[in-house]
Ligand binder design. Structure first.
Ligand code: ADP
Ligand code: MG
Length: 649
């Protein structure tokens, strides 16, 4: 239990929200819907729910506060529990995918937007809540966008049925207020004054070819010239990149002039306890350098930052409507994100932001990021809507997604067998079962087909591993050693069976931490996979699925995988007309090659057909997590799709 100190209370009283709390409470009492805009760090996320609870405005219901990011929901719940001097999981709790730390006593519930959406399937009126706060609305995730509509409908229906009314508060740092106001029938907007200090912006004079390298150089230039009390915040794109830069900093720091440093990573996959390091003070004379993904952009606030280093990039999941490919790619941030990042340097005093891109580059960027709904696969969301009894074609979305992406998602759901037709869709029995799994419908289908292939035992493990972050750990300076050790797990049939081999060996290992270290595996991610498996197993048991093992008949498992991932096939092509280096063409017609991290990379002869879990688009298009399949399997497993695929090629 974390004990709340005087300091915490003192810090709370200094937040902008505190000085206007009386007025806020009055406004919240008066209006059923309102929009609250305030600078990041003004106290919206941590204080507003506490205030509402102190004044008992939630009545008999609870307060739900959604966050687009799992890590924000968890760390903020811990912080608020500490501020309220209570244990996590009692009055204050959190609920994220595969982890529910709440009880019947919970009144202040931080949760991911995806979780609230899942709850809406079972209870579209969200009856257990009297107040729903949709936070970080400016991020415009698909789930938050859909929740805008869900709460609007729930509010209306609860009023009509004379049920306990539902209050809705939309919170955001910076935002395109007009879109939201119009959507909520001109509801009141309240602006919170942030206390921010000036931030001086510096741009690169020249275009930087390698932003990681530029970041490390900038860190050490500043390290040699600024006082040790100035903490740095560096924006990078993901876990691996953060680990690489962290390693480089530690190596260089041994020889570089300047004060001692502590490097803290901050990314979504990091365990909550490690994330809290970011808020721990360093001893006097020591500098803190935080390497973060864009989670530090708006969701969490670190007060001591005086210096921001902005690489100007972010890793986004994007989707290409025409080719049907889902892509994880590093892309440039919007101008709004650039200002938001720079603002992190001016929380407690004047600061500076170093942009590792030119002023001209900045000026050429779009003002705001494209909402996720315009670039993401919609099948998971559409399935949830249909499962919640909502007609997807008439649902009042704040922004209409591209028509072809709705159409192709409906088609995919039909081919997966989740809905009966793609014009006026009704959920099938299979679809109903699919919606019960908190995972992508493609993988839900894999689990539901598994008994047929006698491989639920293996399928559960595999889907669990695929639901967690990278389980292989290969530090820069030990790449070769890690590669050698990995050989004993490798299956000639590809990455899926290799992952399964690792997972099985992990389950058998006695001293797991030690074993992971020796085998260059990520203990935290593997442990997480075990928890996920347990949760998925619970759903399977509720559905009475028989858990049996295919043993050495691994073809069964691959066929089963194909039953959900049939749209993720690629065929060997090559020859003229192919993009440089690409050897495969996907079912949707994209040219791609096997990613160097795959065990099938550079295997010759190249297998004629592959199944992949993910597609990565950098300078080239890569297939990630790949397995060998027999070309004829597709006809056996998904005949309808196979015909369509052949017809279009
Ligand atoms: P907002 O939602 O308006 O961006 P928050 O409520 O998230 O603001 O944060 C308000 C302040 O609380 C921050 O400026 C920071 O000083 C403090 N804070 C938030 N989370 C933590 C934490 N985990 N540890 C320490 N301080 C925190
Ligand atoms: Mg916030």
């Amino acid at each position: 239990k974390i004990v709340s100190s005087e300091d915490i209370q003192e810090a709370r009283r200094k937040l902008p929200v505190y000085s206007v709390r009386g007025r806020l409470i009055e406004e919240i009492k008066k209006h059923q819907t309102m929009i609250l805009i305030g600078e990041t760090g003004s106290g919206k996320t941590t204080q507003i729910p506490q205030l509402i609870h102190e004044y008992r405005l939630e009545g008999n219901g609870a307060i739900a506060i959604t966050q687009p990011r799992r890590v924000a929901a968890i760390t903020i719940a811990f912080r608020v529990a500490a501020e309220m001097n209570t244990e996590i999981g009692a009055i204050v709790g959190y609920c994220v995918r595969f982890e529910d730390v709440t009880s019947i006593k919970t009144k202040v519930k931080y949760m991911t937007d995806g979780m609230l959406l899942r709850e809406a399937i079972l209870d579209p009126l969200l009856k257990r809540y009297s107040i729903v706060i949709l936070d970080e609305a400016h991020e415009r995730t698909v789930s938050t966008d859909v929740l805008f509509g869900i709460v609007k409908l729930a509010q209306k229906e609860r009023n009509e049925k004379k049920l306990n009314p539902l209050k809705v508060i939309i919170m955001s740092a910076t935002m395109d207020v007009d879109t939201f106001r119009q959507y909520y029938d001109n509801c009141p907007v309240i602006y919170l004054e942030g206390r921010t200090y000036p931030v001086t912006i510096y741009h690169s004079k020249m275009k930087q070819e390698d932003y990681q390298y530029a970041a490390v150089c900038t860190i050490f230039q500043l390290h040699a010239t600024t006082p040790s009390s100035h903490d740095f915040l560096v924006f990078l794109t993901g876990q691996e990149e953060i680990e690489t830069v962290m390693y480089n900093i530690k190596q260089i720091a041994k020889e570089a002039p300047g004060p001692p440093i502590r490097v803290c990573p901050l990314y979504a996959g990091l365990p909550a306890q490690k994330q809290l390091q970011v808020w721990k003070d360093t001893p006097p004379g020591m500098r803190k350098i935080i390497l973060a993904t864009n989670i530090a952009e708006a969701s969490v606030t670190i007060p001591t930052i005086k210096c921001v280093i902005d690489t100007g990039v972010v890793k986004e999941r994007t989707w290409c409507g025409a080719s049907g490919a889902e892509r994880l790619r590093v892309s440039t941030c919007s101008q709004a994100a650039g200002w938001q990042r720079a603002g992190r340097a001016g929380r407690t005093a004047a600061g500076a932001a170093y942009r590792l891109y030119t002023a001209a580059d900045f000026a050429a960027r779009p003002l705001h990021a494209t909402p996720e709904i315009a670039r993401c696969p919609l099948a998971p969301t559409i399935l949830l809507l249909i499962a919640a009894g909502i007609e997807p074609n008439t649902f009042p979305l704040i922004e209409t997604p591209p028509l072809d992406s709705v159409k192709s998602s409906l088609l995919l759901l039909k081919e997966l067998g989740a809905i009966d037709n793609d014009v006026n869709p009704k959920l099938t029995t299979l679809g109903k079962k699919m919606s019960m799994f908190p995972i992508d419908p493609k993988y839900a289908k894999v689990l539901l087909s598994a008994p047929e292939y006698n491989c639920l035992e293996e399928a559960l493990s595999l889907v669990a591993v695929l639901s967690s972050e990278n389980i292989f750990y290969s530090p820069m300076h030990k790449r070769e050693e890690a590669f050698k050790v990995k050989q004993k797990f490798i299956s000639p049939l590809g990455d899926h069976l290799t992952l399964l081999n690792v997972y099985k060996a992990f389950c058998k290992a006695t001293l797991k931490k030690q074993w992971c270290k020796e085998n260059f595996l990520n203990h935290k991610n593997l442990s997480y996979a075990c928890e996920v498996r347990q949760q998925l197993l619970t759903v399977c048991q509720r559905l009475n699925l028989s858990v049996s093992s295919c043993g050495p008949a691994t073809d069964q498992l691959l066929k089963c995988l194909l039953s959900g991932l049939f749209t993720n096939c690629a065929w060997l092509r090559g020859g003229p007309g192919m993009a440089a280096g690409a050897r495969y063409v996907t079912g949707a017609g994209a040219a791609a090659s096997v990613h160097p991290a795959s065990v099938l990379h550079a295997v010759r002869p190249s297998p004629p057909a592959l199944l992949y879990s993910e597609m990565l688009h950098t300078r080239r298009t890569y297939l990630l997590t790949v397995s060998v399949i027999q070309p004829q399997w597709l006809h056996q497993v998904a005949p309808e799709y196979a015909r369509r695929c052949r017809a279009s090629r």
